[in-house]
Design a protein around this ligand. Sequence first.
Ligand SMILES: C[S@@+](CC[C@H](N)C(=O)[O-])C[C@H]1O[C@@H](n2cnc3c(N)ncnc32)[C@H](O)[C@@H]1O
Length: 222
Amino acid sequence: MFDSISERYDLLNRVLSLGIDVQWRKRVLKRLRPYAPQSILDVATGTGDLAIGLLQLKPKEVVGLDLSPGMLAQADQKVRKRGLADRIQLVEGDSEQLPFAQDYFDAVTVAFGVRNFEQLEQGLSEMARVLKSGGVVAILEFSRSRVPLVAPLFKLYFHHILPALGRWVSRDASAYTYLPASVAAFPEGDEFLRILQKSGFCEAQQERLTFGICTLYTAQKK
Ligand SMILES: C[S@@+](CC[C@H](N)C(=O)[O-])C[C@H]1O[C@@H](n2cnc3c(N)ncnc32)[C@H](O)[C@@H]1O
């Protein structure tokens, strides 16, 4: 599915989120900055926006991994255009079987990717495996707003307006119908924190963003 929408993914992101997704990724940088990570893995990097943003933390190494060759091709184009090819390494691979040694990275990030993992706990355990002890994980994912007034409005947007707009811009009938369905089915909030703890992390915390429609989870490897 991501291969088929890869060329229009960035445009769709900006339009459908009204540009707020840029702020959410900046929040990840703010939370990671105190750790000064030197080697960072961005899992499900897609077209590479977060991987590129992570360079602001001045790490020695950023690796972006994704399953979709189409999304990686877009990331590669963007990285080359900005002259960053020697600073970001792009790798095709599966989050559930990461092709990296254990205890290697200082930080692992995922933006809007964990919802797509076929086996969530396997993907999270893999992230814990490749992190150094005390290393930090930062995960951005959609969540369901509980704010009165905002919640029903967002539901209307997410379930009716967004799929129609997404179909129109992406020319893919299924891609943006899948999005609200996958968010509705995904464990969020305290439930997600418990899954992080079961997968090898401690100090799991959540920060709800923009009326709770997105949540930033952070945790450390035990
Ligand atoms: C919604 S996009 C998010 C992309 C990017 N992180 C962003 O913030 O725009 C989800 C990405 O997850 C990737 N993905 C899904 N399952 C994956 C897996 N098992 N391993 C690696 N990447 C995966 C998809 O190919 C897609 O690029």
